[in-house]
Design a binder for this molecule. Structure first.
Ligand code: NAD
Length: 502
C-alpha cells in the first residue's frame, strides 16, 4: 500500500498539474476551508489525544495554519517569478536569473505535540512550492491522525496529496522510497534515523528537532511580565512545546522573586487547582508521564509564607501530599515514600519545589511545577524536559549564563529578559540557537515572515513563509547568452593564443 501510494504521487507529479499556480491556489484555499469547516472536529480530536484545551488548538494550531496558507498563497506570484541578477562583465552580453521549481514528491513526518499544525503548516509550504506530498501524522495522536486521513482526501487533490497513517514501521517503509525531500519534525534520535535513510537516496532533509531552550532573566526587567511570559511559554500544552523555555538562568538577585511570581502567574492562568482548569493540558502518554515523574525532586516542600500573595498557590501546593495520597496509585506511592524518607535538609539537585509537584497518573496530569536552585548535574538538566517542569538555576551574571549555554548543544530557541543593551547584544552575538527572543517566549514562531528552524542538535533547514517555500523548492539558475557576438571564444583553448585574442 505504501509503495503504491508513493508511485501514485510520482504519477501525479509527473502529470505536471502540481506546478500550475492555479492548482496550488486551489489546494491552499481547500486547506483553509477544511480547517474552517472542521474546527470543532480538530478540537475534539486533540482533546482526546492530548487533553488539549480548545483555545490552544484554535490559537496555536488552526489559526496559524490558515494564516500560513493565506500568506504563501498571496506571495506565490512573486516567489515563482524569474529573479534577474546582474551578470559579470566577463560573461556579457548575457542574462541570468533564478527560478523556483518544485522538488517533486516530498514526505512530511509530523510529531504528536501540535499534531495538526506540524502536519499541515509544512504541507501548505510544500503545496505552495508545487510538490506532490505524503503526510505521515504521529501515531501518538491517533484521533488527530485518523481525522487528517479522513479529511485531507475530501478537500485536497487525492492523487497529489496523501496521508499515510502509522508508527515507526510504516515510517520505515516510507523512508525506503526515493522521496525528493523529507521534512521531519520530532526528536533527535528519530531525526538521525530519518537522515540515515535519506542518505541512501541522497534525499535532502529538513530536521525540525528540539533541545533544551534556555531563558535568561536579570534584574533590569519587570519581573511580573517576565514571569507571565515565561509561565505561558512553559505551561502551554502542558510544557510539550518544542520552543518552550526548558529552564531559566536567573541572576541571584531575582531568582527567588521570579520563581514566586511564576507561581502567581500559574494561579492567575489556571486557578488554584490547575487540574480543574479547562485551559491546562495533559501528558501525551504513560511513557512520557513516567519519564517526567523521574525528573521531579525528591523530598520537596513548598514555601508557605503567611500573608504572601502566593498564599493560594502555596496552599494548593501545600495540599500536594494529601492529594498525592488521595489520587496516586501504588506505583507512585513507592516514589512518594522514597521522597518522604529523604532528609529534608538535603538539597535535591533538581532544586526546591516552589509550586506544583501534584500529579494524577490516571489522567496523566502533572501540575505546572517550578523548581528553584536546580543544579546543572540534576537529571532534569540532562534531557529536554518536554513537560510542565521549570527548573530555575542561579547564575552569577549574563556572562556565566552565556558560558553555560555554550557548553551545551545548540538549542532551538533562547530567550533573554534583560533591558541591558550590552547583555542582549552579547546573547545575540555569542550564543547560537535556532531563534532568539527578547522579553518573550514562543511568539517568535507566529510570523510567516520569519524563518523557523534549528541549528546543530536542534535541527537543520527552516520553514514558514518564504523560507518554507524555498525549502520545498529547488532554486534553479538559468543563464542565457546570445550566440553573437561569441565572446566566449576569448577563453576557448588553446590558451597560448589567449594573449593574441586579447
Ligand atoms: P518522535 O521522534 O518520537 O516522533 C516523530 C515522528 O517520527 C512520528 O511521526 C513517529 O511516527 C516517527 N517515528 C518514531 N519512531 C520512529 C522510527 N523508529 N523510525 C521512523 N519514524 C519514527 O518525536 P516526538 O516524541 O513525536 O516529538 C518530540 C520531539 O520533537 C521533541 O524533542 C520536540 O522538541 C521535537 N519537536 C520539534 C519541533 C520543531 O518544530 N522543531 C516541533 C515539535 C516537536
Amino acid at each position: 500500500m505504501i509503495p503504491e501510494s508513493f508511485t501514485q504521487l510520482q504519477r501525479a507529479y509527473a502529470s505536471g498539474r502540481t506546478r500550475s499556480l492555479a492548482w496550488r491556489r486551489a489546494q491552499l484555499d481547500a486547506l483553509r476551508r477544511m480547517i474552517a469547516e472542521h474546527c470543532q472536529d480538530f478540537i475534539t480530536a486533540e482533546a482526546a489525544d492530548l487533553g488539549k484545551p480548545a483555545a490552544e488548538t484554535v490559537l496555536m494550531e488552526l489559526n496559524l495554519i490558515a494564516a500560513e496558507a493565506r500568506f504563501v498563497r498571496n506571495h506565490l506570484e512573486r516567489w515563482t517569478r524569474r529573479h534577474y541578477q546582474p551578470m559579470p562583465w566577463s560573461l556579457q552580453p548575457a542574462q541570468g536569473w533564478t527560478i523556483a521549481e518544485p522538488k517533486g514528491v516530498v514526505l512530511i513526518i509530523a510529531p504528536w505535540n501540535y499534531p495538526v499544525l506540524l502536519a499541515l503548516e509544512p504541507l501548505a509550504d510544500a503545496i505552495a512550492a508545487g510538490n506532490a506530498v505524503c503526510v505521515k501524522p504521529s501515531e501518538l495522536a491517533p484521533n488527530t491522525s485518523k481525522l487528517l486521513a479522513e479529511l485531507v482526501p475530501q478537500y485536497l487533490d487525492q492523487e497529489a496529496v496523501t496521508v499515510v497513517e502509522g508508527g515507526p514501521r510504516e515510517t520505515g517503509i516510507l523512508l525506503d522510497s526515493p522521496f525528493d525531500h523529507i521534512f521531519y519534525t520530532g526528536g533527535e534520535r528519530v531525526g538521525k534515523i530519518v537522515m540515515t535513510a535519506a542518505a541512501k537516496h541522497l534525499t535532502p532533509v529538513t530536521l525540525e528537532l528540539g533541545g533544551k531552550s534556555p531563558c535568561f532573566v536579570d534584574d533590569t526587567v519587570d519581573l511580573n511580565v517576565a514571569a507571565r511570559r515565561i509561565a505561558w511559554g512553559k505551561f502551554s500544552n502542558a510544557g510539550q512545546t518544542c520552543v518552550a523555555p526548558d529552564y531559566v538562568l536567573a541572576t541571584a538577585d531575582v531568582a527567588e522573586a521570579l520563581a514566586r511570581r511564576i507561581a502567581v502567574a500559574v494561579t492567575e492562568f489556571y486557578g488554584e487547582d490547575p487540574e480543574t482548569s479547562k485551559d491546562y493540558g495533559r501528558i501525551v502518554n504513560d511513557r512520557h508521564f513516567e519519564r517526567l515523574l523521574n525528573l521531579l525532586p525528591v523530598g520537596t516542600a513548598p514555601p508557605q509564607e503567611p500573608g504572601s500573595p502566593l498564599i493560594k498557590a502555596a496552599s494548593a501546593v501545600g495540599a500536594a501530599a494529601e492529594m498525592v495520597g488521595r489520587r496516586i496509585n501504588a506505583g507512585l506511592d513507592a516514589l512518594i515514600s522514597r521522597k518522604t524518607q529523604q532528609n529534608s535538609d538535603t538539597m535535591d539537585p533538581a532544586g526546591r519545589l516552589v509550586c506544583g509537584g501534584v500529579v494524577n497518573r490516571e489522567t496523566r496530569y502533572i501540575a505546572p511545577t517550578v523548581l528553584l536552585g536546580t543544579q546543572p548535574d540534576a537529571p532534569v538538566m540532562q534531557e529536554e524536559i518536554f513537560g510542565p517542569i521549570l527548573p530555575i538555576l542561579v547564575v552569577e551574571d549574563a556572562d556565566a549564563a552565556i558560558r553555560f549555554i555554550n557548553s551545551r548543544p545548540r538549542p532551538l530557541a533562547a530567550y533573554v529578559f534583560s533591558n541591558r543593551r550590552s547583555v542582549r547584544l552579547a546573547f545575540e552575538r555569542r550564543t547560537s540557537s535556532g531563534s532568539l527572543g527578547y522579553s518573550l517566549t514562543l511568539a517568535q514562531l507566529l510570523s510567516s515572515r520569519l524563518p523557523f528552524g534549528g541549528i546543530g542538535a536542534s535541527g537543520m533547514g527552516a520553514y514558514h513563509g518564504r523560507a518554507g517555500f524555498e525549502t520545498f523548492s529547488h532554486i534553479k539558475t538559468v543563464v542565457a547568452k546570445p550566440v553573437w557576438p561569441d565572446t566566449l571564444r576569448l577563453i576557448y583553448p588553446p590558451m597560448n593564443q589567449l594573449k593574441s585574442k586579447l
